[in-house]
Structures are given as C-alpha cells and as structure tokens.
Write a protein that binds this ligand. Structure first.
Ligand code: 6R9
Length: 631
C-alpha cells in the first residue's frame, strides 16, 4: 500500500523529493500497484504537443487493482454501500468479492453484446451500484466509458453520443430524485433519433415505470446478465490507453471530451484519495457527488476502490425527505470522511443548526469541500457545526482536466485556513503568471493559476480534437498548463482560488460555458441576441443572469421568459436554466462589435454605479436602460 503523509515535515519532505526527482518519487508510489509489465520510463512529456506519457509501455488493468488485488485481504469487506433515495427502501452492501463477480459478469455481458476494446460506451444512469459496475466493466474489457449526468437533456446526450461515436448506451427506466420520478429511458430514445452509431441499449430497471423497448436494440439489464459467467479475464491495457472520456464545459459553445488514460489516472486518483482524506482501513468514506461528474469518477469510484475503501453511494438529494438526511446517513453508517460541495453546505446551513441537533456526528474525522470556492461563512458553519470543531476541512481544488485533487490540505497534517485550498500535493508544481506570461515568484502575488510539470492524471487530449486541447490549455502561456482559474498566493505561501478568469461560470459546483447557455437561449425563435454572465448567488455560489434582446410581438414578457427557460432546459438540461432574465433593447458593444461582459457582470452583481468608462461603446445609451431595469 501507499505510505501516507503523516506530518507537516513529512509533507514538505515528500514535496521536495517529488520536485527534485519526480521519476523516483512516482515510481515508488506506482510500485504499490499490480502491473503486468513494468514501465520503461516513468514520464515523458512536452507541453507544446501536448504529449504526455506516464509509465511508458507499462501494462495493466485498473480493475485488477480494484478487484483481484483486494480479494485476498478484503474480499468480504464492503466496497460499496448504497443508500437509496427513499430511506424506507432497503439499502445494499456490496463486498469486494461481490463487486468482483458483478463486474466480471457485466464485462462478459458487454462483450456478448458486441462491445470490443477501444469502443465507446455511454453511461446515462442514476446513482445505483450498477453504474459503478458499468464503469468498471468497461475498464475491464478496455472499452472507453463516458458517463453523462442523467439530468442532461436528450440533445446534450445526443451531442455526446455523436462526438465519441458511441456503440452502446447503458441507462435505466427512470430515476428517483427526492419526491420526483424522472424519465431516463425516454430521454435516451429521443437522443437516439439523431444519432447513428448506437447498436445496443441496456436498460437497468430502477423505478418500474413504463418504457418503450425497441426490438433488437434494447435489452433489460437483468435479462442481459442472466446466466452469464461471473469469471472474466481482464484485458491487458497499455498505460496510455484511454480509460474514459468525460465531457465538460469551456469558454466556447461546445462541451469537450476530456480524455484520461489508465496508468497515470490509477496512480494519482488512489494516491490523492489516501493522502488528502487520510483514509485508514476500516473507515467509511462518503462523497455526495454524482458519478456523472469527475468528483464521482475519482472520489466515489476509482480512488476509494483502488484504496480498498468502503465508499457510500447515495441516490438522493440532501433535503429529502428532510434537511437532516445527510447527517442521518453519516450517523447510520458511522461515516469517517465526508466530502461535499459548498452549495450543499450553504443550502443546509439555511435551515439552521437546529437541524443538526438530533445527530451525533461523532464518527466524522475529515470534512471535504469541492467544486467551487467555499466562502468563509460556509467554511465556519461546516467546521463548527458539522465537524464540531474537531474535523479539519479539506478544501480541495481541482478540475475534470486534472483528474485528481491538485491543491488541498492533507487532513490533520496541513494547518487549514478558511477558504484557502492551502498547498499543492506532492508532484504538483504550480506557477502563478501575470497576463503577459511572466511567472510571479515569491509570496503575496495574484494571477493566473498554471502548472509547469505534468502530474500523472493530467488530461491527455480532448476527444477527436487534439488541437482544441492545445489551444484551450497549453497555448495561453507557452510551456504551462493553464487552469482557467485566478489565484492568490498569500504571505504564508498558501493558495486561495479566486474563481474563473474565462467565460465559464460555476453554478452549484457545475461548470457552464456562457456561450453554451447563450447558444441555447438563441434557439428560441423570438430571441435576437443574448449575453449571459454569472452573478453572486447565496446558495448556488453563482447564478445565471441572461440579458436578452427579443422580438416581443404577440408575447407577454413573463411568457417569453418562461419559454426561454424551457428552451434552455430542453437543449442543455434544467441545471442551465437562467435564474434571472432581463429583456433589453440592446447589448453594450465595443466598436468592433464585441459584447462588453465586464459591464454586464457589474450590473448583474448589483454594482450599477462604477461601470468605468462607457463612452467608447458603440451604444452607450443602452447601458442606462439596462441599469434602470436591472432585476
Ligand atoms: C472537481 C471539479 C473545475 C472548476 C475549477 C474551479 C472550480 C473546483 C474548487 C474550485 C475553488 C475549490 N473549483 N474546486 N474553486 N475552490 N476547492 O469541480 O471539477 O467540474 O471540472 O470544475 O471548479 O473554477 O476550475 P470541474
């Protein structure tokens, strides 16, 4: 097993070693895993390509490191504890041995249904153990999974299926979320009308709601696995073979497929999990994310299972059937490490500390935060009321593209500071650059957050478009990976993430490109043009504010706004619905026709006075109108 960092001086020692001799540092960690063939070289890289290879020519299968490697010692230990949406329904506990059998059986099922090494499989499923089984079965046979959050619309799903030319879709009949039953299979049916690559759809029965099954294409999960062998020999993969694609939003319109590969991702997701959360054998760990996001990939499924941990998978929402649900689950399973998003903390905080009273929460040792900057108030509430002042809060900064946590306290090792992600993990060489590309050395500096040396789970490409990967991440500052975030390094050398510096907004921890939302709004036939910006929102962190120019003929303003919301929901999904829509006569533009978002951002945040110089605008008078009618 991987040796964990135990003291602050141990952290500094490891950090120093990891910079001085990265190859030696990472090869010692990688030695904890099972490889069919060891690597010829630990790392080979060139950020200009970009071309990054970790554990070159090594052979492995990540699922052997999750399953076979743990069977002897941990076979009967719970791997996944599943807590259903409805507390009255039975929960499920799946041991490592059972998980092994389920994954082997489903691997064989995939193969029998025509999936081969290298094929892409879309997973559009609720939070049930079978979703993790599906991911691992793909990994076991060398198929590339792409999980799509089951709240995305049919059009978003179709776009992703088409982009990666998926051969199969794994889905469910429906999905429970609080008191709602959500359509899932029908969304897939709709998406498949505008795709041509999918040959089979396997449908997991969760809600029992009525669905249409297309003969020859759709099969029930329980029928597909019936009588299938629970033994399967894992495909031997190259370290740099693709493991999964995960789509994420950027500053341009179309989401991109971030690609992660087998060897480096395995090593880093496990190493970061064990260290940041200080997981000890026997602990119960819970991350509340959905597996449709990177947090669910790395810190519900891969990281914890690689570490032989017990990981909880919760199907429902934080407030169902009451706002004490999270704390009830913590007590019920004696959770030791709890990992959630600031938006959930703020939402629960709004119900008051009273809600926590009936719960002991005495098993908790570590509290994690991820997805967006955590404001000081939420940090203190989490620390004081949930952790009773006993548990360190690990504010973990990372991205879909980084595959794992890059900046975070090591629990109980790194002294924490509210709303600071504190220090980089060993192996992570951060750099702060000014807008001209100069690296700002020393403390008390602020600028663009970059990384100057690869870590094992850095993205390798964006699927089907390597140039886009280069343009987005490796071209702003030559020789550096650019994160898109602004950062401050304070007088103690601690890092505080300041938020995105590009046109990406972060709503409840979900990334949204403003261009993506604008494109969806513009689909409404009465919309002439729109501009979307983020504004501070008490619960969501950022809300979506849309300024829209419309042809109002024959519509009331309220109806039109409602129609725009429905349009966005249909095209992207409910998470992208604007919180505020202001119908405007025009948008502030520069003489070259560019929308001045800076001005709109200020107005949306309620700062309508200090807009700076607007005289150079093409149409300065629209600013007054927008300002007067701000919502
Ligand atoms: C893991 C994940 C990535 C963006 C990232 C940043 C923001 C994530 C954060 C944080 C401040 C933290 N972000 N964690 N900002 N403090 N602890 O969320 O991945 O969905 O790709 O989002 O989220 O802006 O660039 P992803």
């Amino acid at each position: 097993m991987i040796n964990k960092i135990q003291t602050l001086s141990g952290y500094f020692y490891d950090y120093q070693k990891s910079v001085q001799d990265p190859e030696h540092f990472w090869s010692r960690i990688a030695d904890a895993f099972y490889w069919h063939k060891r690597w010829d070289k630990v790392v080979e890289w060139d950020f200009d390509g970009p071309d990054v290879k970790w554990f070159k020519n090594a052979k492995l299968n990540i699922t052997e490191n999750i399953l076979e490697r743990h069977l002897f010692l941990l076979g009967d230990k719970p791997a996944i504890i599943w807590e259903p949406n409805d507390p009255k329904e039975d929960n499920r506990t799946i041991s490592y041995k059972e998980l092994y059998e389920m994954v082997c059986q489903f691997s064989n099922t995939l193969k029998e249904n025509g999936v081969e090494k290298g094929d892409r499989v879309i997973i559009y499923m609720p939070m049930v153990p079978e979703t993790a089984v599906a991911m691992l079965a793909c990994a076991r046979i060398g198929a590339v999974h792409s999980v799509v959050f089951a709240g995305f619309s049919s059009q978003s799903l179709a776009d992703r299926i088409n982009d990666c030319e998926a051969k199969m879709v794994l889905t469910s009949d429906g999905n429970y979320r609080g008191d709602k039953k959500i359509e899932v299979k029908s969304v897939v049916d709709e998406a498949l009308k505008s795709t041509s690559t999918v040959e089979k759809v396997i449908v997991y029965q969760r809600t029992g709601q009525e669905v249409t099954m297309t003969e020859g294409r759709d099969i029930w999960w329980h029928d597909a696995i019936e009588g299938v062998s629970t033994e399967n020999k894992a495909e031997i993969m190259d370290s740099e073979d693709m493991l999964f694609i995960l789509y994420t939003s950027g500053s341009t319109g179309k989401p991109k497929g971030v690609v992660h590969t087998c060897g480096g991702y395995m090593v880093y997701s496990c190493y970061s999990f064990q260290n940041v959360f200080q997981y000890n054998q026997g602990d119960v760990y819970w991350c509340t994310a959905d597996v449709g996001w990177i947090t669910g990939h790395s810190y519900i499924v891969y990281g914890p299972l690689l570490a032989g941990a017990t990981t909880i998978m919760y199907e429902g929402v934080p407030t169902y059937p009451n706002p004490g649900r999270f704390w009830e689950i913590c007590d019920k399973y004696q959770v030791n490490q709890f990992y959630t998003a600031p938006t959930a903390i703020r939402a629960l905080q709004a119900y008051g500390a009273e809600v926590l009273k009936p719960y002991k929460l005495d098993s908790l040792r570590v509290l994690g935060s991820v997805g967006e900057p955590i404001n000081e108030e939420a940090w203190h509430w989490y620390h004081d009321h949930v952790g009773k002042g006993r548990c360190p809060v690990v504010d973990t900064w990372w991205q879909t593209e980084t595959g794992g946590i890059l900046v975070s306290p090591i629990a109980s090792v790194t002294p924490t500071k509210p709303s600071y992600a504190t220090l980089p993990l060993p192996g992570v060489q951060l750099a702060i650059l000014d807008n001209d590309g100069n690296e700002l050395k020393g403390n008390s500096v602020e600028g663009n957050l970059c990384v100057k040396f690869p870590w094992p789970s850095i993205l390798r490409t964006t699927y089907g478009d390597h140039d886009r990967c280069k343009q987005t991440y490796f071209s702003s500052f030559k020789g550096y990976y650019f994160t898109g975030d602004g950062v401050k390094r304070d007088e103690d050398g601690y890092y505080r993430i300041l938020g995105r510096v590009d046109d990406v907004i972060n709503v409840s921890g979900h990334r949204m490109g403003t261009a993506e939302v604008e494109n969806a709004i513009n689909e409404h036939p009465k919309v002439v043009e729109s501009a979307v910006v983020g504004y501070p929102h008490d619960i969501k962190g950022q809300g979506i504010y849309a300024f829209v120019i419309c042809d109002m003929e024959g519509r009331s303003e309220e109806n039109l706004k409602q129609e725009i919301r429905v349009t966005v929901s249909k095209i992207i999904g409910p998470i992208a619905k604007p919180d505020k829509i202001q119908i405007v006569p025009g948008l502030p533009k520069t003489r070259s026709g560019k929308i001045m978002r800076r001005i709109l951002r200020k107005i949306a945040s309620g700062d309508t006075e200090n807009l700076g110089d607007t005289s150079t605008l093409l149409n300065p008078d629209v600013v007054d109108d927008i300002r007067e009618n701000v919502i």
